[in-house]
Design a binder for this molecule. Structure first.
Ligand code: BGC
Length: 803
């Protein structure tokens, strides 16, 4: 009998349950194992020299069924104050999970850690003076705003190096859910409202991470677009919406990067928990898309371990004694057949066989944090979106050396969001520090006032409900007129920072979060009035994880810069942009609406964040997994983000794809489209017609002809970014897409289909700033991937339509 620690730190027995000798898998492929080393090296035991499939076959032949069943769950989780793991298991404190190891089989444990804005481990370890900081890179929303997959790959590469150097095998990132609603508490961990950007960004990130011999996990598959009741929510939508909008990014990432792992999500889709949904996990993921890696649950997800394994959810994380016991019982009774157990065990072993832990890699615990800080700074700069720039406000005039910084977050910049996506970085450069590093002088009277306010307010903050939860935000400091007037007398420009933070477990609210609160509005009004009276500019900096309301107050600012939550180097990156050392080249990957009420999923409670179907509260994990059974109905259907605003002519504050520059660009109005079979290449020349260096993003939107299915007015089908162009310089970009990329999913005909007719290809610099058009005629209907299996649907959904 072996003992191992359970999730809650209690030793549980893995009793000899049944097994084995008659089990065909036990002897399966011993004969196919090959020894890689020459026969002369006789001392080497065979396990030490086997690798890849041979090693997996060898393990499969030696593991008992009991051991195999144990492997289907992680070893449990160390939760401060709740549960512990033995020291020899918890090799990397702060890692979120480990797979089971068998020393006697030389089968090592894979170390799994969060993500996605950088590696999440504890910076301090008991009895150890060394620190284990990781780099806080810009959050996913920033990275997507770069519209530059190469940048994402380089950030992924730097993150992967940190995993490698800290002994972590598998990253629980990137996150790929959609910005369906701006209140989504974890939107900062996700890329966009659009599945193409999401899929491309994630694929680039995975490729960068995995180039280091460590794995990536795309998450949370699928439709986990909110935090409210996340453990229990049933997410109801049509199959077309599911496939075209919410699954599409995952499909792209699987096909373009074949990640080591996928994390299934907490929620149900159309009545079935995703982690227990065989069609989503086997039929779609593996049969249709060709995924070859491991599917793991999100932490503590679902309610039926046996159903999870049967559905093809290979690994149950973090590992819970009752779930493991249920698997053992089902293995004995035959409810969980050995071939189903073997299927998942083999996938887990294939992943473990690839790990550096298995290879005995001696990690150094000294990642190159200085080099990665440079990567973080460059990435933060590329994701900055310039929303407004009037009266020559930016870049700051060369003689504007004295800055007054208003808003508490100017001094306490938010690097990234909270929860499992929070990174333990060594420092965060605030806006004010970034300005000082750039040689600017910051009003010291204001600085002293803000710093002492923040210190007192933080000391008085109530403790969060749970160690994972954020503390409530420090309210904005009230600044009186006299203070503003004194600052205006001595400074050249006013910067006003507005900050927002959010994270796991809770969605944001409209009052005081999506909308500004009264203290913020008052500050903006007063600063604007006083500075404008003195003929000085006001620049607003949005240090936010996701979309906020801007339309009602934007007139108060001469310029608005959106650096989002730019990681630990954000202050330096913002100072670079303000001073013109860099030119902003980010574009919105998510629309800024005029008001929350304009968002298509904001039309009813039922559509976001859902309604309760039971009043009985589920309590679990010391408060971490509380919630109510509930359902959310995706009445917005495929009309998410710009697909809605543009199709239904709803005005927005800043459209999808939008972002200003310090220079101007000419985009060829008669782009050339070259067809090669079913592939298209759009060639478009961009010229820098202004006076600063800069980069432009060209976006290709396609309007499909009217067919049987209602279509959005246009959809993003490709994009590319120029290199840094000097004034007068040109570059011809080539943007490719295929016929299949233009197809819609027809649930009746069970296929992806393009109708015959005229397709209008637009090139533009936002979804509402189209510069050139080409018409493509497709003579006949084309049916792609015919005979796609029907996904179960609990009931017909009434979604909005457009004809
Ligand atoms: C989150 C995942 C995360 C996991 C492990 C869960 O609460 O939803 O994104 O990877 O915890 O920390």
């Amino acid at each position: 009998m072996r003992f191992r620690k359970s999730a809650l730190g209690v030793a549980i027995a893995s009793t000899s349950l049944l097994v084995g000798c008659g089990d065909p898998s036990v002897t399966e492929s011993a004969s196919t194992a090959s020894i890689a080393e020459p026969a002369a090296v006789t001392e080497i035991v065979s396990e030490a020299v086997l690798s890849g499939e041979a090693l997996v076959n060898d393990w499969m032949s030696k593991l008992t069924t009991e051991q195999k069943v144990d492997l289907l769950s992680g070893v449990g989780m160390a939760l401060p104050g709740v549960s512990e793991l033995p020291k020899d298991v918890n090799k990397v404190p702060g890692a979120a999970g480990y797979t089971v190891k068998y020393d006697e089989l030389n089968l090592h444990s894979a170390v799994l850690a969060d993500g996605p804005a950088g590696l999440r481990i504890w910076p301090q370890r008991e009895g150890d003076d060394k620190t284990y900081y990781a780099t806080a890179f810009p959050v996913a929303t920033v990275l997507a705003s770069s519209w530059n997959p190469e940048l994402l790959e380089s950030v992924g590469n730097a993150m992967g190096e940190e995993l490698r150097d800290y002994g972590v095998d598998v990253f629980l990132a990137p996150g790929m859910n959609l910005h369906r609603n701006p209140l989504g508490g974890r939107n900062f961990e996700y890329y966009s409202e659009d599945p193409l950007i999401t899929g491309r960004s994630a694929a680039a990130m995975v490729n960068g991470i995995e180039s280091n011999g460590v794995g990536a996990t795309i998450k949370h598959y699928v439709a986990n677009n909110q935090e409210t009741n996340r453990f229990l929510i049933d997410t109801l939508m049509s199959e077309r919406t599911l496939r075209e909008i919410y699954m599409r990014g995952f499909e792209i990432a699987v096909k373009e990067s074949q990640p080591w792992a996928i994390m299934s999500s907490y929620n149900k889709v159309n009545g079935v928990y995703v982690s227990q949904h065989e069609q989503l996990l086997e039929t779609v993921l593996r049969d249709e898309w060709g995924f070859e890696g491991v599917v793991m649950t999100d932490w503590f997800a679902g309610n039926d371990a046996v159903a999870q394994i049967k559905a093809g959810n290979d690994l149950l994380m973090p590992g819970m004694p009752d779930r493991s016991a249920a698997l053992h019982e089902a293995a004995i009774s035959g409810e969980l057949p050995i071939d189903v157990i073997d299927r998942s065990v083999r996938r887990i072993l294939q992943m473990v066989a690839k790990t550096r832990s298995q290879a005995g890699y001696e990690y150094n615990n000294t990642p190159d944090l200085a080099a990665h800080a440079d990567v973080a700074r460059q990435a933060a700069a590329e994701g900055i979106v310039l929303l407004k720039n009037e009266n020559g406000a930016l870049p700051l005039a060369a003689d504007a050396l004295n800055i007054a910084a208003f808003g508490r977050t100017s001094y306490d910049f938010i690097a990234g969001g909270t929860g499992s996506g929070d990174v333990n970085e060594a420092y965060t450069v605030s806006l004010v520090e970034g300005l000082q590093n750039a040689g600017l002088t910051v009003d010291s009277a204001l600085e002293d006032m803000y710093r002492s306010y923040i210190e007192t307010a933080k000391a008085n903050q109530p403790e969060p409900k749970h160690f994972f939860m954020p503390k409530p935000p420090v309210p904005e400091m009230a600044v009186d007129r006299a203070t503003i007037e004194a600052a205006a007398a001595t400074s050249d420009v006013a910067l006003v920072t507005l900050g927002r933070n959010s994270g796991e477990f809770v969605d944001r609210s409209v009052a005081g979060d999506f909308d500004l609160d009264s203290a913020e509005l008052q500050m903006l009004r007063d600063v604007s009035e006083v500075y404008r009276a003195a003929d000085k500019h006001v620049v607003v900096i949005l240090n936010v994880g996701n979309v906020i309301e801007t339309a009602s107050w934007r007139e108060l600012a001469d310029a608005i810069l959106l650096p989002w939550q730019g990681g630990q180097e954000a202050g330096n990156a913002v100072a670079d942009a303000l001073t013109g050392r860099t030119t902003p080249s980010g574009k919105l990957a998510t629309t800024f609406p005029m008001a929350y009420a304009d968002v298509p999923s904001a039309k009813s409670e039922q559509s976001f964040p859902g309604v309760r179907t039971s009043d009985e509260e589920r309590i679990g994990l010391g408060g971490l997994s509380n919630g109510f059974a509930s359902e959310v109905v995706y009445t917005d259907g495929i009309f998410v983000g710009y697909r809605y605003f543009d199709s239904f002519d709803v005005p927005v504050a800043y459209p999808f794809g939008y972002g200003l520059s310090y220079t101007t660009f000419d985009v060829q109005t008669d782009p050339v489209v070259i067809a090669d079979g079913d592939r298209y290449a759009v060639n478009v020349t961009v010229t820098n017609t202004g006076e600063a260096d800069g980069r432009e993003v060209v976006q290709v939107y396609v309007s499909a002809p009217n067919g049987d299915l209602p279509k959005p007015k246009k959809e993003l089908r490709g994009y590319a970014k120029t290199a840094l162009l000097t004034p007068g310089a040109s570059e011809t970009l080539t943007i490719e897409f295929s016929g299949r990329d233009l197809a819609s999913f027809d649930p009746t005909r069970r296929a992806w289909i393009t109708d015959a007719g005229e397709y209008v290809v637009h090139v533009g610099v936002s979804s509402q700033d189209l510069r050139g058009t080409v018409r493509l005629v497709r003579d006949a209907e084309v049916v792609y991937d015919a005979a796609i299996a029907q996904l179960a649907s609990s009931r017909p959904i009434d979604e909005i339509k457009r004809n």
